[in-house]
Ligand binder design. Structure first.
Ligand code: SAH
Ligand code: SF4
Ligand code: F3S
Length: 446
């Protein structure tokens, strides 16, 4: 008999990837995915701890779930509830206290143990709290990514972080940096391509800090891994996220120069343009280091489009510091970016720094910054009109006859076309720019 699994995911792409792996782990137990939380036999909330609202979202979602769980119990059925991810790792006991009807609370390094945990709960072993750090066992024991996951898929190659930026919880929730072996990654990538994948995005909290064991027994960096992945036939596009400026080494830059498969788009968070703030953030690079790095990248790949993350209102940020961030944005020019007001995370050094910035100041600065970023994004999109770009189509769009794809620069695009274009690259002339995507006309196979 099939049982129903409902998964809700917050946070970064790593969590999206992990949710997929969790579904794969429980599939042999008879669980199939459902979109209907009310009817699920197993609910997994895969959580994010990066900013405070994330935790509150979890508790409000748990509150919404509780009546459904009760209704099921009244019918003599059981809804098992699991909280996974970074909030589980950081706040396990708090979750158990505030939501005692949750059956399992477990961190990101324990997903391979999910069948055992489910068995224990079924046997009535009581609430399970599992927040061990055992990254190696996890990757060795998880099934590899689903073979028919789609045209554009994720592949997690690295986990954890040793950088300890003073604002960030990730080193505490995900643990120390760990890289998978090159052999296991090539095998998984080949399987994904056999299953129809044409674009793979390599994932890691610090993906370019990758230092996996190569088949030659030596340590391989991300650049070297890309050169190897580029040899896989039919793998048309490669991407990666998220990177740290300090780990952009020459081999990775060479990969951008030499590999047509490596897409000309890079998400490279800088966080701030002010050197004293970067220092207080423990980023270990200056704003000019970042400018020089971008120059190097543009020298080898002039059309590379850039994205970043910004934190506004970090403790001690003066108007002048903020203006330095605005200046950096103007100097570089971003195709897109994410920006957030600084959020105090318990246990991180910045949370107890003096000179915390008032919310209204943070919000006013954020608006100014987002206005600039929006303008840059619009200009970037507008600059595509009339150009012919290779588009990889990955799925049908929402409307009849509409197909969805991506430009090399990560922009979404919709065209009218037959379903058979999905999974292939076509040249498309860009005709219009809408709110969230481009539109264009398909010319011919690229
Ligand atoms: N490893 C990546 C980022 C991981 S977290 C890097 O080093 O850049 C994703 C983004 O969340 C960060 O880039 C940062 O901009 C934001 N972020 C992290 N902690 C935050 C906090 N305490 N307040 C606000 N934004 C935060
Ligand atoms: Fe967080 Fe910094 Fe590590 Fe990125 S590099 S995950 S921001 S500690
Ligand atoms: Fe969030 Fe954890 Fe990712 S805190 S951003 S889900 S690593």
């Amino acid at each position: 008999m099939t049982k129903k699994l409902f998964v809700k995911t917050w946070g970064c792409q790593m969590n999206v990837y992990d949710s997929g792996r969790m579904a794969d782990v429980v599939a042999p137990l008879g669980y199939a995915a459902t979109d209907d939380m009310a009817d699920a036999d197993l609910v997994i909330f895969n959580t994010c701890h990066i900013r405070e609202k994330a935790t509150e979202k979890l508790f409000s979602e748990l509150g919404r779930l509780r009546p459904h769980q009760k209704a099921k119990a009244d019918r003599g059925e059981r809804m098992m509830v699991a909280v996974a991810g970074c909030v589980a790792q950081a706040e396990g006991p708090e979750i158990q206290r505030r939501a005692p009807y949750v059956d399992m609370v477990f961190g990101p390094q324990t997903y391979h143990q999910l069948p055992e945990m489910i068995a224990k709960v079924s046997r009535g072993a009581g609430i399970i709290l599992n927040t061990d750090f055992t990254t190696e066992a996890k990757f060795d024991q998880l099934p590899t990514a689903h073979a028919d996951a789609g045209v554009s898929v994720f592949l997690s190659i690295q986990e954890g972080c040793d950088k300890f930026c003073s604002f960030c919880v990730v080193p505490y929730t995900r643990g120390a940096e760990y890289s998978r072996s090159v052999a296991s990654l090539i095998a998984e990538a080949e399987k994904l391509v056999e299953g129809g994948a044409r674009e793979i995005t390599l994932l890691g909290q610090n993906v370019n800090a990758f230092h996996g064991e190569g088949p030659d027994g030596k340590v391989w960096g991300l650049g070297r891994l890309f050169f190897r992945l580029a040899e896989i036939p039919n793998l048309k596009r490669l991407r990666y996220m998220t990177s740290h400026p300090r780990d952009m080494d020459d081999e990775l830059i060479a990969a951008h120069r030499d590999l047509p498969q490596l897409m000309p788009f890079l998400h490279l968070p800088v966080q701030s343009g002010s050197d004293p703030i970067l220092d207080a953030m423990n980023r270990k690079h200056t704003s000019d280091d970042y400018r020089r790095l971008i120059e190097k990248l543009r020298n080898v790949r002039p059309d590379i489009a850039l994205s970043s993350d910004f934190i506004i209102g970090f403790p001690g940020e003066s108007d002048r510091d903020f203006q330095e961030t605005m200046r950096l944005i103007r100097d570089i020019g971003f195709a897109q970016a994410y920006s957030f007001t600084y959020s105090r995370r318990p246990g991180t050094p910045a949370a107890v720094m003096p000179n915390q910035i008032a919310d209204d100041v943070k919000n006013a600065r954020l608006q100014e910054l987002q206005q600039l970023l929006r303008t840059q994004q619009e200009q970037f999109n507008q600059s595509m009109i009339g150009k012919t770009l290779p588009i990889l189509f990955d799925r049908a769009g929402r409307y009849e006859g509409q197909m969805h794809g991506r430009t090399p620069y990560m922009q979404a695009i919709h065209v009218q076309g037959p379903a058979r274009i999905v999974g292939r690259e076509f040249n498309v002339v860009i005709e219009n720019v809408g709110m969230n995507s481009l539109t264009g006309r398909v010319l011919a196979a690229a």
